[in-house]
Ligand binder design. Structure first.
Ligand code: AMP
Length: 215
């Protein structure tokens, strides 16, 4: 199964991808998670990427493509992958296509998570993330057992710098300008599937399984 999960920030593709990866055993690679990890570790790449991320802008294509090239070269990706948050520009989609051709493989499906903008803003404002282990909660839809504390590792939860309202608006604009054109790009192929990503996590997961069934 070679999948791309496409959608605006807050559309739930990370949460859904996590479940699908756990259930199917196919690894998920989220460029946002890989970048945040590099920032946490203070690597040169992380230090470089941080200013783009904090501002809600995209990290340059060649940097992100390099990360995906590395991820796809790992042994665990040999049998398939779920990409979350990548590609985000037409140039990245072209780069991914070239990488897949090199490996003599192709995408089975690109799943688009469709969510109205007001709902995205509400979800992102309610999102709380664990700075230590990366677990994500939502004060409205998926609260931790103890308010403000990570269920997985007990660390104090934070609002991600880029989940603050002004930055959320920048991220949504960046999405519309750079990522939305991918719907047309993949739409010309028969791989694009759409999920109305509203409702409970359970409901959306059911819709996701229905569109990737057989991939
Ligand atoms: P995410 O967790 O997917 O919302 O990503 C958080 C931030 O990481 C984005 O706002 C970008 O700054 C950066 N980022 C993640 N994935 C990409 C990508 N494919 N291309 C460029 N920047 C990315």
């Amino acid at each position: 199964m070679n999948l791309v999960l496409l959608g605006p920030p807050g559309s739930g593709k990370g949460t859904q991808g996590e479940r699908l990866a756990a259930q199917s055993g196919v690894p998920k690679f989220a460029t946002g998670d890989i970048l945040r990890d590099a920032v946490r570790r203070g690597t040169p790449l992380g230090n470089d990427a941080k200013r783009y991320m904090d501002a809600g802008e995209l990290v340059p294509d060649e940097v992100v493509l390099g990360l995906v090239r590395e991820a796809l070269a790992t042994p665990e990706a040999a049998a398939g992958f779920i990409l979350d948050g990548f590609p985000r520009t037409v140039a990245q989609a072209e780069g991914l296509q070239a990488l897949l051709e090199e490996r003599d493989t192709k995408l089975d499906a690109v799943v688009y998570f469709d969510v109205p903008e007001e709902e995205l803003i509400r979800r992102l404002a309610g999102r709380r993330s664990c700075p230590s282990c990366g677990a994500v909660f939502n004060v409205h839809s998926d609260p931790p057992a103890v308010a403000g504390t990570c269920d997985s590792c007990g660390s104090e939860l934070e609002t991600r710098e880029d989940d603050r309202e002004e930055t959320v608006r920048v991220r949504l604009r960046v999405y519309q300008e750079h990522t939305e054109p991918l719907l047309r790009w993949y739409g010309e192929d028969s791989v694009l599937r759409e999920v109305a990503a509203v409702g409970s996590v359970e409901e959306v997961y059911g819709k996701l399984l229905a569109v990737v069934d057989g991939s």
